[in-house]
Design a protein around this ligand. Structure first.
Ligand code: ATP
Ligand code: MG
Length: 197
């Protein structure tokens, strides 16, 4: 058997395996995706999913639990496509040095998140950096988990941030751990507009 024939047989077998898996996936429902870990690419993945959603004409909403740079490119673009953004009003403890202020800010943006998670018109909700709110007990864990669990059946949700707690990982349908191998910043390269925000 020559190389081409071998390749053909191998590809055919591979295709059969994939087709069988595709045929097996029959459930139609919104999914919960957790993108965690210490490498770069968590928020970008979340926003990429929002872009997919909006590109298909579905509605999406974004909640940013840690205030990013005010001029983050995704926000400017997505607001032009009627994607509502709810952004935490303050920075975080290492900026504000005031835990009670942070908790207040977290709770206030959480009220917005809750509305999105109860509204079936949203095909997708991105909860960017939510993991920290649970890791630091800024939000009531049970309340957050319940809102996620009881969201509309067709609604998907993406949760990003380092150190996702066990309960989030267990509840999710898909969990990806982004592992850092290198990061430009560690070699002294400044965060870049249009790349890092
Ligand atoms: P991104 O928004 O680029 O997808 P991320 O969401 O995975 O990053 P965060 O921890 O939210 O990671 O990082 C916020 C900012 O820090 C971003 O500007 C990102 O590029 C940068 N960053 C991400 N990972 C690292 C890292 N391992 N070392 C240094 N900076 C990082
Ligand atoms: Mg992020």
């Amino acid at each position: 058997m020559d190389k081409d024939e071998k390749y053909k047989i191998k590809s055919q077998k591979q295709k059969e395996k994939v087709d069988a898996k595709v045929a097996k996936a029959q459930i139609e429902k919104g999914v919960m995706i957790v993108i965690t870990g210490n490498g770069k690419g968590k928020s970008t993945s979340g926003f990429g999913t929002v872009a997919r959603c909006v590109g298909h004409g579905y509605k999406a909403a974004v909640v940013q639990f840690i205030k990013g740079k005010w001029d983050c490119g995704e926000r400017t673009l997505l607001e032009q496509h009627d994607v509502p953004f709810a952004v935490m009003g303050t920075g975080f403890t290492w900026n504000t040095q005031d835990r009670s202020l942070d908790i207040e800010a977290a709770e206030s943006v959480w009220q917005e998140a809750k509305k999105f998670l109860a509204d079936p018109q949203y095909h997708l909700v991105l909860l960017d950096e939510l993991t920290y709110m649970l890791g630091y007990d800024y939000l009531d864990k049970e309340e957050v988990l319940n809102a996620l669990k009881n969201r509309p059946e067709e609604q998907s949700v993406v949760v990003t941030g380092r150190g996702a707690i066990r309960e989030l990982r267990e509840m999710a349908d898909t969990v990806s751990e982004v592992k850092e191998e290198k990061h430009a910043f560690k070699a002294g390269v400044k965060a870049r507009k249009g790349v890092d925000w």
